[in-house]
Design a protein around this ligand. Structure first.
Ligand SMILES: [Zn+2]
Length: 195
């Protein structure tokens, strides 16, 4: 029995560790190919990009990971201004649920909320909402996010009157406790993700 075991997202590996075969993954950073087999060339954490099926080794450092452009993040709305919503990043999706610096702030500009015209930001987001958003710029602070797209937007929201979790009904949210009806830029994953 000499079957080599593959790895999964978030596994810690050492240089020379077997990762899998070329039919499974594209070799990314920190990975080398040898006769169709993939090996780690540095110590770190396995990161598998599910879209590209690329495997790379992220060096383990003490600093929390910085979101990269294209990353999908989960964030909490802390302020809603006419031109932008300010959010606090909670985690980066697909990074083994590793916490990122909780002080990290990001912005969703009014032009990046949805395809089409936004009449008022307060109809799209409210303080305390949990949103799923994509990183579109990270070179300046705050990081810029977009919620354009079917599966991006609010994934969890509380009633602004009584704080009960809102239930989706069509394109609106309804409070099961007080009956209040609210709108948001909703994600198709509303209340389908653990937050
Ligand atoms: Zn309510």
């Amino acid at each position: 029995m000499d079957e080599k075991k593959g790895v999964k997202n978030g596994d810690l590996v050492l240089p020379g560790d077997y990762l899998g075969v070329i039919e499974e993954y594209l070799p990314g950073e920190g990975v080398k190919e040898e006769n169709g087999e993939l090996y780690a060339i540095r110590a770190g954490k396995v990161r598998i990009d599910p879209d590209r099926m690329e495997i790379s080794i992220e060096p383990v450092t003490d600093t929390p990971p910085l979101p990269q452009i294209g990353d999908v993040v989960i964030a909490k709305v802390i302020e809603v201004k006419p031109q932008a919503a300010i959010v606090q990043l909670v985690k980066i999706e697909g990074r083994n649920d590793r916490e990122i610096a909780t002080s990290k702030l990001a912005g969703i500009h009014v032009s990046q909320v949805r395809d089409g015209y936004v009449e008022s930001m307060t109809n799209e987001f409210k303080i305390g909402d949990i949103v799923r958003a994509k990183v579109i710029a990270n070179e300046k602070s705050p990081i810029q996010l977009s919620t354009k797209g079917y599966d991006l937007g609010v994934i969890y929201a509380l009633c602004s009157r009584c704080r009960a979790p809102l239930v989706r009904r069509g394109n609106q949210l309804v409070c099961p406790r007080c009956g209040h009806v609210e709108t948001r830029k909703l994600s198709s994953l509303y209340r389908k993700l653990k937050v």
